[in-house]
Design a protein around this ligand. Structure first.
Ligand SMILES: Nc1nc2c(ncn2[C@@H]2O[C@H](COP(=O)(O)OP(=O)(O)O)[C@@H](O)[C@H]2O)c(=O)[nH]1
Ligand SMILES: [Mg+2]
Length: 362
């Protein structure tokens, strides 16, 4: 499997797509990557075929085309930014998106920050920058509250209206509004596509301000091995844990959502299981930088992923049980002359599909 290098100048790619709006998501141009159905070889796997047909570049999706298409289809777009203690970066993300994609163009109809448990000024600065800010625990409080990113995204489904949802992390340092335009492209292009994952060259900004390309540790050490071993058909997803992704509301309302960091893996697995691989697409977003995390925090994230995966392996009909399971991650902190054990609870809860909570299905 080869990643198709930039296939065309943006302009030629755009022309190719514009001529083909109502067809399947345009396959890469014939000179570099022929359409799958005409050229499959015996060695082609489903993954290879998916990769070729469902991988695009953000430059393939120009703003003017997106705006026209959005109007034609008469759909609305909500951007959701989960944030916990992101006062240093959240305003930058909100401001850039609000200016480029709301006031200047109208591509985005709603820009929401889901704040939970922030002890800094995240909510205030996000609101000043132009976002509608919700505290996750204050959204439908009768449904209870859990800490975690997945919980914030699940609650966002209860307060947003957009037909298309784009999720963007709040700790981004190297990025741009093209993250959102790129992610919307496949959804506006092809009704079969329900989920779009971003991928990028990952950059980390260390606490001293230095930048390194040594990123994606949980992706490389946990998510990718898991997919290769148990879900090889999804091995062509470059960044299965990307925090930047987009989905149709109908899909999001139909899926169970782990309250913590398992949300991205769960949505990917469940979408592919329920709707088939062609329901997912991915877009190259260029480069991305975000806050560096400590290994012990990444380990907790890894444990959540293992649990999210285990549930889905164990449940053939793909309906994870929502009961609690006590799970604790044992870690050790080096102290003068010894080690101190530290155990941290692994978030295990999954929210049921929003649709069932809203009584939209039996
Ligand atoms: N609302 C909310 N956001 C969260 C929570 N945990 C993480 N986030 C946000 O989710 C995004 C991704 O989290 P991060 O810790 O950077 O994870 P990573 O990028 O996968 O290492 C960031 O914008 C965080 O602020 C939470 O408990 N609640
Ligand atoms: Mg991050």
């Amino acid at each position: 499997m080869m990643f198709p290098a930039r296939r065309n100048s943006p302009a030629s790619g755009i022309r190719g797509r514009a001529a083909n709006l109502n067809s399947m998501y345009s396959p890469p141009e014939p000179d570099t990557a022929p359409a799958a159905d005409s050229t499959d070889t015996d060695t082609d796997t489903d993954t290879d075929t998916w990769f070729r047909r469902r991988t695009s570049h953000w430059q393939d999706w120009p703003l003017s085309w997106l705006l026209e298409r959005k109007k034609q289809l008469d759909v609305t777009v909500s951007v959701v930014i989960p944030a916990r203690n992101e006062e240093r970066t959240v305003a930058g993300v909100v401001t850039a998106l609000a200016e480029a994609l709301m006031s200047d163009t109208g591509l985005v109809d709603e820009l929401v920050v889901m704040d939970s448990d922030s002890t800094d000024t995240t909510g205030v600065v996000a609101a000043e920058a132009g976002a509608t800010v919700y505290r996750a625990s204050e959204v439908s409080p009768e449904l209870g509250a859990f800490p975690g990113k997945g919980e914030a995204l699940w609650k966002s489904l209860l307060v947003t209206k957009g037909d298309l949802l784009v999720f963007v992390d709040a700790d981004l340092t190297h990025w741009g509004p093209h993250f959102v335009t790129g992610l919307l492209g496949p959804l506006l292009s092809d009704g079969e596509i329900l989920l779009v994952k971003g991928f990028y060259e990952r950059l980390y900004t260390d606490s001293d301000g230095s930048i390194s390309a040594d990123g994606g540790r949980v992706t490389e050490l946990v998510a990718r091995p898991l997919l290769s071993l148990w879900w090889p058909e999804l091995a062509g997803v470059v960044q299965p844990l990307a925090g930047e992704w987009a989905a149709r509301r109908g899909l999001m309302e139909s899926l169970p959502i782990p309250v913590g960091y398992g949300v991205e893996l769960a949505v990917l697995l469940d979408t592919a299981r329920r709707h088939g691989l062609p329901a997912a697409a991915q877009v190259d977003l260029g480069r991305r930088g975000h806050r560096h995390q400590a290994s012990h925090d990444l380990a907790l994230m890894a444990a959540e992923l293992l649990l999210t995966h285990e549930r889905r392996r164990a449940s053939p009909d793909n309906t994870p049980e929502h009961g609690e399971r006590q799970a604790v991650l044992q870690q050790f902190v080096r102290t003068d002359g010894g080690v101190r054990p530290r155990s941290r609870p692994i978030p295990t809860h999954e929210r049921p599909p929003v649709r069932s909570v809203l009584g939209m299905e039996s």
